[in-house]
Ligand binder design. Structure first.
Ligand SMILES: C[C@@]1(CC(=O)O)C2=NC(=C\c3[nH]c(c(CCC(=O)O)c3CC(=O)O)Cc3[nH]c(c(CC(=O)O)c3CCC(=O)O)/C=C3\N/C(=C\2)[C@@H](CCC(=O)O)[C@]3(C)CC(=O)O)/[C@H]1CCC(=O)O
Ligand SMILES: NC(=O)c1ccc[n+]([C@@H]2O[C@H](COP(=O)([O-])OP(=O)(O)OC[C@H]3O[C@@H](n4cnc5c(N)ncnc54)[C@H](O)[C@@H]3O)[C@@H](O)[C@H]2O)c1
Length: 312
């Protein structure tokens, strides 16, 4: 990964946009989704930018770019048709410690603009690291159709209830289980049903959600695309992932970020039991055959729920 994705607080940002054409307009519209303060410098403005200046949504400096305009900025978008000028602004920005995006010129960019699926407060920002903007647009369009339009409302609901869940359930594992039960219910996709579902679960959770150790044995394919959704979901639920040393690192990457990871030892059974005895959810990624997986399963003495995921 050459480009590191971060989410920067727009309240802290002062942004300069050089140019007033179509490309500049696109970048300004993007920035104005956040509370960033946007200044545009250009001898002319598109109709849309003219309107935004008129409504005081942007500060407009009518004229040509000057280095001093970078002084109090953190970001600059460079969108003029003059390549020599664009290069000069990128250099000025480097010296002024301002991050520059020169539209369509990755070599002059300190940061690149991601492709965004916006379901605020859920934001999906993606990049092809400049390799293929069209491939990126293709996937954005696919995700647009997959990601429900009310997802933002669902996320806001969860945000509002987070404190109540913290007050009710006294450890992170119970809270994670609670939210997983909540979001895995199809009722959580209907904003009309969120309150009822929440009440039903939080009351049950008070007494009933116990953290039970579980084992997920995942017969792991070589190609990450062949992982089943079920396997993936359980990899995301695990507290600890144990994997054979021949597992594709791209698949290991898909394990939940804050899960512990360990390569399998020669005594895998004992290694797994050790974590089950601590009440943890363990996933074991292996390319063993089904009979070998069965004998591993039989060797586990803990009375726990074991789920198996195999691939074709
Ligand atoms: C995300 C998005 C945001 C936006 O632009 O706002 C974006 N490009 C988008 C679309 C798009 N751009 C281009 C086409 C025409 C097809 C084509 O030529 O391939 C299409 C497709 C279309 O329009 O359908 C032309 C193009 N773009 C760049 C080059 C230069 C080069 O590749 O060397 C050329 C060739 C110019 C030429 O040949 O003259 C470079 C960049 N474009 C980036 C971002 C940055 C890398 C992002 C990344 O890969 O992660 C980066 C490095 C710098 C930057 O601009 O920030 C938007 C996403 C799609 C979406 O979500 O809809
Ligand atoms: N329009 C597109 O969809 C598109 C797509 C890909 C690439 N591009 C490239 O992106 C760049 C910008 O595209 P555009 O369509 O917005 O071009 P444009 O010609 O409409 O806009 C360029 C703007 O820069 C301003 N400008 C020129 N010199 C300036 C200076 N010294 N200081 C401040 N402002 C100055 C111009 O007045 C104008 O407002 C071009 O290089 C273009 O080739 C455009």
């Amino acid at each position: 990964m050459q480009y590191f994705p971060i989410f920067v607080d727009g309240k802290q940002l002062k942004v300069l946009v050089v140019g007033g054409g179509e490309v500049a307009t696109r970048k300004v519209e993007l920035m104005l989704k956040t509370p960033a303060a946007v200044t545009v410098v250009s001898p002319d403005l598109s109709p849309c930018l003219t309107q935004l200046a008129h409504n005081n949504k942007i500060t407009y400096i009518k004229g040509f770019y000057e280095k001093s305009l970078l002084n109090d900025k953190q970001l600059v978008f460079v969108a003029t048709e003059n390549n020599e000028l664009n290069k000069e602004i990128s250099k000025d920005a480097t010296l002024a410690n301002v991050l520059a995006n020169v539209v369509d010129s990755p070599a002059l960019c300190h940061f690149i603009t991601p492709s965004i699926v916006d379901r605020t407060p859920m934001t999906f920002a993606m990049s092809s690291e400049g390799m293929s903007p069209v491939l990126l647009r293709y996937w954005r369009a696919k995700l647009e159709t997959l990601i429900p339009h009310n997802l933002g409302e669902i996320a806001k609901f969860a945000g509002e209830k987070r404190q109540q869940v913290k007050d009710t359930l006294d450890n992170v594992a119970k809270r994670r289980d609670f939210w997983e039960s909540f979001f895995s219910s199809s009722r959580s996709e209907d904003t009309q049903q969120l309150d009822d579902l929440f009440e039903a679960l939080i009351n049950a959770a008070d007494n009933q959600i116990e953290i039970a150790p579980e084992l997920y044995i995942i017969q792991t394919p070589t190609d990450p695309d062949s992982l089943t959704l079920g396997a993936l979901r359980h990899m995301q639920k695990s507290d600890i992932a144990i994997f054979d040393d021949n597992i594709n690192p791209d698949i290991v990457e898909l394990i939940r970020r804050d899960a512990e990871r360990e390569t399998a030892s020669t005594n895998t059974t004992a290694q797994i039991e050790n974590y089950l005895n601590k009440g943890l959810k363990v996933c074991y990624l292996t390319q063993k055959s089904i009979p070998d997986i069965c004998s591993l399963k039989n060797s586990i003495k803990s009375k726990i729920h074991i789920k198996e995921f195999s691939h074709r």
